[in-house]
Ligand binder design. Sequence first.
Ligand code: SF4
Length: 424
Amino acid sequence: MLKSNPTSCSNAPILKERGQREVFCGLTSIIWLHRKMQDAFFLVVGSRTCAHLLQSAAGVMIFAEPRFGTAILEETDLAGLADAQQELDREVERLLSRRPDIRQLFLVGSCPSEVIKLDLAKAAQRLSQLYAPSVRVLNFTGSGIETTFTQGEDECLASMVPVLNESGQKQLLVIGALPDVVEDQMRNLLSAMGINDVAVLPATSAKHAVTVGKNTIFVATQPFLGETHSALERRGARHLPAPFPFGAEGTTAWLNVIATEFGISNERFEQVVSAPRARARKAISQASEVLSGKSVFFFPDSQLEIPLARFLVAECGMTAIEIGAPFIHKGLVGPDLDLIPEGPVISEGQDVDLQLDRVLKARPDLTVCGLGLANPLEAKGLTTKWAIELVFTPVHFYEQAGDLAGLFSRPLRRRAALSREAAA
Ligand code: SF4
């Protein structure tokens, strides 16, 4: 079991940077959210650039009816010459009459809609009244102004919290969108421990009504849900701080916090976790041979940096040089910080030029960074891992622990193979 370290990073000074940043915008979250919420539609109110970003990120299939789209703001809208609210009403009317399967409609703000101060909250309220009870209309922002790409999910989930029905029942609410197969694994582990009253936000469908109240205990599977965390606390729910379920030990620690809260005996807990934990440890040790003793540097990108650094340091034998995160919400990532021994620079925000100077000086064995920085750093001889891949790949819980280690070891193996080839 993981033990918190008296000389951990939890009290380490944080290097705060407020310079130029290199991140994707929150619209990116729609790619995994629309797969998860099967009766939802995400209508981005944005420009052609926003539409291109979504289409290229999603690799839209021509046979499928996508559950996202863009209401394009034209130049006349941007110049304030047209009534964008009326145009939006017409767009929604067309969409809902063509797609009766839609139960939840999200109006998603973008940079252009924010620049012209288009009030999507007002639009969502008006349209909700018009289409209730068959369609619920909510709004959130996915704009690239001051956001990272995972904030889109946070904003989306936070927008749902105020409209969840009230419940006084003791229940566990798990927040964070997971691939269905991973969510099933999690539910099976909790149910084997005897915890069956488990709700997940976001639910796959509006008909699986998620409720909330002062006897709701919530736990996060994703570290980027700061706004959702605050919104749930405002509804009276209580947060269970826990290390995130990455790797064998992170997953065990996450489950253990829940088991303790729900009074599950140690014997029962061990019965449930011992076999999958042993499998996960074995898979990690095979995949992480190449990681042990190597150094890693995280650029701020997905907000998964601190829990993943904990996994690489505590379970794969790596040393962290710098762990950069766009935001550090200690209420969420504090338990992981507790488990990372003192040593790495912990940085929040970004000044990309200064950070590039630091990485080039440190020359880590592995650099985890955004897509835009990876190629230039590879050209400088550094080995990189795209942070965004860690969000699009199933990486949570025991059965994915080996794959998670494999995602980090693959670039190192590739670099070693290329060096061998070059030397031959
Ligand atoms: S929301 Fe902003 S950053 Fe994102 S694609 Fe649209 S214009 Fe670009």
